[in-house]
Design a protein around this ligand. Sequence first.
Ligand SMILES: *Cc1c(COP(=O)(O)O)cnc(C)c1O
Length: 434
Amino acid sequence: MKYYSTNGKAPLASLEKAVVKGLAEDRGLYMPERIEKMPKAFFENMSNMSFQDIAYNVASNFFGEDVDEDALQDIVYDTLSFDCPVVKVTDNIYSLELFHGPTLAFKDVGARFMARLLGYFIGKSGKSGLVNVLVATSGDTGSAVANGFLGVEGIHVYVLYPKGKVSPIQECQFTTLGQNITAIEVDGVFDDCQALVKSAFMDDELNKHMKLTSANSINVARFLPQSFYYFNAYARMKEKLNGNKLVMCVPSGNFGNICSALFGHEMGLPIDRFIAANNANDVFYNYLQTGQYNPKPSVQTLANAMDVGDPSNFARIYDLYGKSHARISQLISGATYSDEQIAETMRQCYNETGYILDPHGACGYRALKEGLKEGEIGVFCETAHPAKFKEKVDAILGADIEIPARLRAFMDGEKQSVEMSKDFADFKQYLMHQ
Ligand SMILES: *Cc1c(COP(=O)(O)O)cnc(C)c1O
């Protein structure tokens, strides 16, 4: 399978190149040349299949031509060593819990899959020399990528995060690891971190000095495997639908997660429509209403992993539907919520159902509560365990929620980070000395 760039001005790339380079030469995002429908029998049998088996079938559809069968199976089974349950919250709303992985966030799947696939290609090429992964994070990406790549030979990871703008629990998940993981604390906001990473990829001198790649959701090996979640969700929901239509609601920031769900839809997944739930960062919401895509600086919210003012994967969604606003807005609707609305939703859901939402999932739950029609059943992604945002969740609910042991273990580690300004010149100088 070949991969093309959404900007249309770069040569076609192999999967290996797309994974190693991350971004195409023309700064576009790679897209698979074909999206093949899964066979009918697969959809008929899938409620009897495990998450791992479903995922392996989907992975073969995308990567089967380019990765040896045994290796792909090993990568999928290693990545999905945990469950991905659907939990009933109200009569017609279910929570798809994507937070049972190593760092309790949905990005664990993409991060681990990418680390293993990159490791596979590095091993196969037989070339020596370190590959350096640069990743900008507003919180969860950093912990997922750092843990996914921890200890993978031949790869060093630099995690750039905005100083003081990620939760203490998130921060310790990527600043305490050591080994092949370096945390860089940037004096700025998430968009500054992302700009530093993008500039680094475009800098000739730096790229001659060291081999650079990305692990943000722009990488095909990060975002595509997230489609496994949606096939699994459908399999688990199939029996519960009783003739109702399935609506999938995805709390979105950089739009990698919902984009993978849309790829699933293109592969034949019977999801009737989608809702992209946003916090106060409403660029995509406004696009749906007006047809105009106007990026703007991000604003800080309670759901900080979705504080994105120019979602990178918009380019993929736009491309997938032939740049047609009509097609996009027919399939996807939007929602945007203030911090007050997020907090109110968390309290309401907790008091009425006992279910503890995290601030990101709360956007998804509320969008379904407000947007579901007669004859529809909604599933929203609960994208992180609420304990990852314990201070906020406790304050909002007036509770003292439990921290899972896996999360507590990170908090005992010692923070190590490198302080950095938001000027590219400083970042470049630092990397030139590595
Ligand atoms: C990253 C993240 C999101 C947003 O996902 P995108 O793929 O960037 O749209 C939502 N919730 C949580 C907890 C996240 O970490």
